[in-house]
Ligand binder design. Structure first.
Ligand SMILES: [Zn+2]
Length: 187
């Protein structure tokens, strides 16, 4: 982990605040981190100040199993733990595999982060954003737990025999006063 900050108002230079001693350099995903800071800051009116990125094995596993769409991932995750629809009612974006370096993946992720606070990178990891580190880490952890639960449930002999229904999701939305993205529901 390291901490970098913008060096100037134009946003085309950075400096190290801490870490990266002995000649260390930022991750190859640095452009994605910085660009998405600016995207999330702008779409949340300055509220989102944290971008957090992780390699989550369970969620990565699902990118080999589920169709790589926001609809499929969001719905499966919402069904895999009751808290999910409350924690990320807007769902998660899913980016197909891209080279994890440079401006191209940064821009593609940024397009999705205009709409989603969490974006899955196929066969690679998860970008999440939030107002502070606690809520951002919590979002990542909720998604990660749900993915692991789904994998375990599918791995049992009989597979998944019952689940959270769309009616249940509707009830969750009503009880917690959240708008769960309806176009991702199955019925
Ligand atoms: Zn990575």
């Amino acid at each position: 982990m390291c901490h970098l900050t913008l060096q100037n108002e134009k946003g085309n230079a950075w400096r190290i605040v801490w870490s990266l001693e002995k000649g260390g350099v930022p991750t190859s995903e640095f452009p994605s981190h910085f660009l998405n800071h600016s995207v999330r800051k702008s779409v949340t009116g300055g509220k989102n100040r944290v971008i957090y990125y992780v390699h989550t094995p369970g969620l990565i596993t699902l990118t080999y199993v589920l169709p790589l769409t926001a609809k499929d991932f969001s719905h499966v995750l919402w069904q895999s733990a009751t808290e999910c629809a409350v924690v990320f009612p807007g769902g998660v974006g899913v980016l197909p595999w891209m080279i994890p370096e440079g401006a191209e993946i940064a821009k593609a992720t940024g397009e999705m982060m205009k709409e989603y606070e969490a974006v899955v990178w196929a066969y690679h990891g998860l970008f999440v954003s939030g107002a502070d580190f606690d809520s951002t880490f919590g979002l990542m952890h909720t998604i990660k737990k749900a993915a692991n639960i789904y994998i375990k449930a599918r791995s049992y002999g009989a597979g998944i025999t019952q689940t959270i229904t769309d009616d249940n999701l509707r009830a969750i939305g009503k009880a917690f006063g959240v708008t769960i993205r309806e176009e991702f529901w199955r019925n």
